[in-house]
Write a protein that binds this ligand. Structure first.
Ligand code: BGC
Length: 349
C-alpha cells in the first residue's frame, strides 16, 4: 500500500513509499483513512526537527489528524463496527497511568508523530478504545476534530484552573493567531458566549479576517500594542515568544493565558521583572496545554454540530487546500494564506 513517510531527523526525507499493509492485533482495528489533515507538527517533522520512527522501522508514516472508516476488527473489539466512520485520538500511553494527555515525554507514543505510524496511508491500525464515532452529518468537516480537540482541552484547562479559585466568569478573550488553532479557538469561545478579538498578520480583507468576523468576533491585523484593554482569557497560537509576552500584558486581573504553540529556542526579553510582578499582583495564570483526551474529541464533535447550525458552512471554509496521495508534495507545502490542507486518501463509498 502507499504511505507518506519521513525519516525522522533527516530534513527533506518526505517520500511516498510502498509498504506492507498492517494487520490489527487484539483490541485493534484496521482503518481505511478517508483523509488526513496537515499541521505545523508535520512541518516540524519534515524539517527534521521533531518526530520518531516506531521501534524497528527506519521511517515514520505521517498523519495524526485522521478521519477513517473501520475496515476490519481485530479480536476482542466490540465498541465499533465495520463501516463506522471514526476519528482516532493521537496518543497512546506506554508505562503511564495518568490520563494519556498528561503522560510525560518518554512515556507515550503518538500516531504519525512519535514512535507510532500515522494514517497518511491507504490503511492504518489503531486501538479500538481510542476511536470516536463520527455522526453522518459531520463527516465533511470531521477531519478537523483532532485540532479542535487540542483547542477544547486548552479551553477546558483555562476554565477549570480559573474556576477552581472562585466563581470566575470570563467574558472576553484575546486569541493570538488565525491559523486552524486560532480560528477554532475563536469558534469555541464564541459558541461559549465570550466576546473575542483575534490578532494575526493577514490583512482585514483576507479569508482569515472574514472568517473571524463571520463568527461575530473582532479581527485585528495590527501590533498587539495597539490593542486597548485587557482580556479574561488569552489563547496563544502563534508560536512566537514575543507575541506571547505581549499577550500576557493584555491578560486581565485573575485571567488565564493558555499556550498552545511550540516556540523556537532562544529569544531575549526586556522588562521580564515587570511582566512577572504584574502577573503576581494580578493573580494571572499562564498554562501550557498539549494533546487531548477522548472527552475533548467528543466535545469537539458537539461544538462542530453547534457551529454548523449557527455558522452554516464556516467549518468547511477552513479547508483551503486538498491534495491526493499522488500529488502529496503539494499538501506538504505552506503559504501564510493556507488554513487547513487535507490529503484525500480513500473516497468514502
Ligand atoms: C498534536 C498533538 C500532539 C502534539 C505534540 C500536535 O500537533 O495535535 O496531539 O500531542 O502535536 O506531539
Amino acid at each position: 500500500m502507499k504511505a507518506v513517510t519521513v525519516i525522522p531527523s533527516v530534513p527533506e526525507s518526505l517520500r511516498l513509499r510502498d509498504v506492507d499493509k498492517p494487520k490489527p492485533n487484539h483490541g485493534q482495528v484496521l482503518l481505511k483513512p478517508i483523509r488526513v489533515g496537515i499541521c505545523g507538527t508535520d512541518k516540524e517533522i519534515i524539517e527534521g526537527k521533531y518526530g520518531k520512527a516506531p521501534p524497528g522501522s527506519q521511517y515514520l508514516i505521517l498523519g495524526h489528524e485522521a478521519l477513517a472508516v473501520v475496515e476490519e476488527l481485530g479480536d476482542g473489539v466490540d465498541n465499533v463496527s465495520v463501516g463506522d466512520v471514526v476519528v482516532p485520538t493521537v496518543r497512546r500511553p506506554l508505562d503511564c497511568s495518568l490520563p494519556v494527555d498528561y503522560c510525560p515525554l518518554g512515556h507515550y507514543v503518538e500516531h504519525g508523530i512519535w514512535g507510532l505510524h500515522g494514517h497518511a496511508a491507504e490503511y492504518s491500525v489503531t486501538d479500538a478504545k481510542y476511536l470516536v464515532k463520527v455522526p453522518k452529518e459531520l463527516i465533511d468537516v470531521a477531519v478537523l476534530t483532532e485540532p479542535l480537540s487540542v483547542v477544547e482541552k486548552g479551553i477546558d484547562v483555562a476554565f477549570s484552573i480559573g474556576g477552581s479559585r472562585f466563581d470566575w466568569k470570563p467574558k472576553s478573550a484575546l486569541i493570538l493567531g488565525a491559523g486552524p488553532i486560532g480560528l477554532l479557538s475563536t469558534m469555541v469561545l464564541r459558541l461559549m458566549g465570550l466576546s473575542t478579538t483575534t490578532v494575526a498578520t493577514r490583512p482585514p480583507d483576507s479569508l482569515k479576517a472574514r472568517l473571524v468576523r463571520e463568527l461575530g468576533g473582532v479581527y485585528v491585523d495590527a501590533a498587539l500594542s495597539s490593542i486597548e484593554g485587557a482580556f479574561d482569557i488569552v489563547v496563544e497560537a502563534t508560536g512566537s515568544p514575543q507575541v506571547t509576552v505581549d499577550g500576557l500584558r493584555h491578560l486581565a486581573p485573575n485571567g488565564v493565558m493558555v499556550l498552545l504553540g511550540v516556540y523556537p529556542p532562544g529569544g531575549v526579553m526586556n522588562d521580564l521583572g515587570n511582566v512577572l510582578t504584574d502577573s503576581v499582583l494580578n493573580n494571572k495564570i499562564l498554562v501550557g496545554s498539549v494533546n487531548a483526551n477522548i472527552k475533548h474529541f467528543e466535545l469537539g464533535l458537539k461544538h462542530m454540530a453547534e457551529a454548523k447550525s449557527r455558522f452554516n458552512d464556516w467549518l468547511s471554509k477552513l479547508i483551503t487546500k486538498r491534495a491526493t496521495l499522488d500529488n502529496y508534495q503539494e499538501a506538504y507545502s505552506w503559504t501564510h494564506d493556507d488554513i487547513k490542507t487535507v490529503l484525500e486518501i480513500n473516497p468514502l463509498s
